[in-house]
Write a protein that binds this ligand. Structure first.
Ligand code: 5GP
Length: 140
């Protein structure tokens, strides 16, 4: 698949669209999923272009997984969740809907099902508050 620089996450990286940012470094960005499957569902993306795990450079992938590890710890601390799920999809057949590599970090509790994937927009004030919770956990 050819990388489309008009995809939503590329536009967020260029500052053309807003996001509720929780972390940024030279190589990666982490922000709230706008249609979260659980509270504090966070996305981590590389700044380098690539649609998925196969066509993203190894350097960019390494930076992204290192940030994903930080965010997983912060989301767990922020929510108090006993479990954290990390998901990464490649291709529409695998369920991918945005074609810029990203890892999902989703907190999990026993007996609480995930909300549907990429459905049901969260209120901006909730996303803002959850981003602050994750940022505070990163700082702590
Ligand atoms: P995928 O299906 O590609 O693995 O995941 C894409 C994710 O991006 C979905 O969980 C979806 O809710 C999220 N998403 C789609 N559009 C936007 C957007 O404009 N902003 C943010 N922050 N997340 C988005």
């Amino acid at each position: 698949m050819t990388y489309d620089p008009g995809n939503i996450f590329a536009r967020i990286l260029r500052g053309e669209l807003p996001c509720h940012k929780v972390y940024e470094d030279d190589a990666t960005l982490a922000f709230m999923d706008i249609m979260p499957q659980a509270d504090c569902h966070t996305l981590i993306i590389p700044k380098n272009a690539g649609t998925g795990i196969i066509d993203t450079s190894t350097d960019a992938l390494q930076a992204t997984i290192a940030t994903t590890q930080k965010i997983a710890a912060a989301v767990k601390a922020a929510t108090g969740a006993p479990g954290v799920m990390v998901i990464q999809l490649n291709g529409s057949e695998a369920g991918q809907t945005v074609f810029h590599l990203h890892f999902h970090v989703i907190p999990r509790w026993a007996g609480i099902d995930l909300k549907f994937h990429a459905r049901g927009m969260e209120a901006p004030d909730v996303l803002k508050a959850n981003a602050e919770r994750v940022k505070a956990a990163l700082a702590g």
